[in-house]
Design a protein around this ligand. Structure first.
Ligand code: GDP
Length: 440
């Protein structure tokens, strides 16, 4: 996410390293690079210019008031301004009505249907809501099917009316259906077009005035940069929407839309989409995003994700097993699966301060654990609980079964052994012993 921008800002801010104080000259030099980085990220020229002007004013004004080094001061000011530009505080969604109606708008391909599913899944699993998804894209039967597939996947009911070509009627009927069936959130997915056109705008405006949604959300593909901003403006002029959803951030190396959109339409970014799967959705926190752009990581989100996957009961069971030396490959597999549920690996690593930059050229993908899982799956239940059983011929069998080599099997067994020892020491309060072992 935003790798190119992060790189360029890092280089720009590096200019001040080693300077004892902030001067008109070195600030100008740094900010020229910052502005170039923003323009390369597809941030609108005026926004980039205003941004650097504000940073300059603050930097020269605060210079004498702080004990921070010039480079640190500049990073802080840039971070504060980026946060402000992206919206300041996080904005929630309004779910006070019952049912709360959420209308989705945006161009075709922006990720509306996928996001409708993600939002329903999020509200169901994290906010204990009972959502209803509504298919109002009457022109593309494939879109209606797609929503049904999504609904089935996440266990959320989908409302559609075969043969009915009037989205206003469908949406209105869906709300009545929701009231009758105890749904407290209704998410209406609408038809998009490839570009902004009058017919689409009229249609969505009609749906909007008929159903009076609590939230109108505009979904946009973040990779389209300034186009995303222009489309947002066109939709906002017509719909006066409540918030923006930026999708496909996982593929966006530049970040121009994330940075500019708020200041152009003056509406907050509420959620982001970070992948094709149903759980690839995050609340948008401007400050955390600024931290990530500046390579400072996002420990808060990382801890939150870990907590979401953390099950106290499971953890207690695990602790007992470790204490009794019963930690086996099945437990190991469970741990891997939990880590995987936290999100894609590249994204997670990007949240560790400094790590994103250090590991940006390392090719890490979601298949990072594929071999390990295959090897464990090829073991018998006995071998998983008592790995010492695994002798030479068993290793050969496991390697063959998992499509790996004996060397890879050996490597995993060794790592597992070391990990088990380490866990045992931590259990025994032997932090010191562990340090000794690590220093060996
Ligand atoms: P719609 O026409 O606006 O309803 O768009 P879709 O929901 O059908 O999405 C278009 C394509 O973008 C699909 O292939 C989705 O899988 C993909 N997509 C949607 N959101 C994301 C995202 O956050 N990240 C990635 N990588 N792909 C996404």
């Amino acid at each position: 996410m935003f790798d190119n921008l992060s790189d360029k800002l890092d280089k720009a801010l590096h200019v001040l390293k080693g300077h004892g104080s902030i001067t008109e000259v070195n600030v100008a030099e740094t900010l020229k690079e910052v502005r170039r980085a923003l323009l390369d990220a597809d941030v609108n020229f005026k926004i980039a210019k205003d941004f650097t002007n504000r940073v300059k004013e603050k930097a020269l004004g605060q210079n004498v008031l702080t004990s921070l080094k010039p480079s640190q001061l500049m990073v802080k000011i840039v971070k504060d301004e980026l946060t402000e530009l992206m919206g300041g505080d996080a904005a929630g969604i309004n779910l006070s009505a019952s049912p709360s109606v959420i209308l989705m708008s945006g161009l075709q391909g922006s990720g509306k249907t996928t996001f409708s599913g993600k939002l329903a899944n999020y509200l169901k699993s994290k906010k204990s809501k009972k959502p209803l998804l509504v298919a109002c894209d009457v022109y593309r039967p494939a879109a209606i099917n797609q929503l049904h597939v999504v609904g089935e996947q996440i266990g959320v009911e989908v409302y559609s009316e075969e043969g009915n070509m009037d989205p206003v009627v469908i949406a209105t009927n869906a709300i009545a259906h929701a009231k009758q069936n105890g749904h407290n959130v209704v998410i209406v997915d609408t038809a998009g077009r490839l570009a902004v056109d009058e017919e689409m705008m009229t249609e969505i405006a009609n749906i909007h005035s008929a159903i009076q949604p609590q939230e109108t959300l505009f979904v946009v593909d973040s990779m389209t940069g300034q186009d995303a901003v222009n489309t947002a403006k066109a939709f906002n002029d017509r719909l006066n929407f409540d918030g923006v959803i930026l999708t496909k951030l996982d593929g966006d190396t530049r970040g121009g839309a994330a940075i500019s959109i708020k200041s152009v339409v003056n509406k907050p970014i509420k959620f982001i989409g970070t992948g094709e799967k149903m759980d690839a959705i995050d609340v948008f926190y401007p400050e955390r995003m600024a931290d990530r752009i500046l390579g400072m990581g996002d420990v808060v989100s990382l801890v939150e994700r870990a907590q979401e996957q953390f099950d106290e009961e499971e953890a207690r069971k695990l602790q007992k097993k470790i204490a009794k030396n019963q930690f086996g490959f099945d437990d190991f597999l469970k741990q891997i699966q939990q880590v995987k549920k936290m999100g894609n690996m590249k994204d997670l690593i990007g949240m560790i301060p400094g790590a994103g930059k250090a590991m940006k050229d390392v090719d890490i993908d979601d298949d990072a654990f594929k071999h390990v899982e295959a090897i464990i799956h090829s073991m018998t239940p006995e071998e998983r609980t008592s790995p010492t059983l695994i002798n030479g011929s068993r290793k050969k069998r496991i390697a063959k079964g998992s499509g790996t080599s004996v060397q890879q099997v050996n490597q995993l067994l060794k790592q597992f052994d070391q990990m088990a020892k380490m866990m045992k020491m931590m259990q025994g309060g032997g932090g010191r012993k562990m340090m000794q072992m690590m220093n060996k």
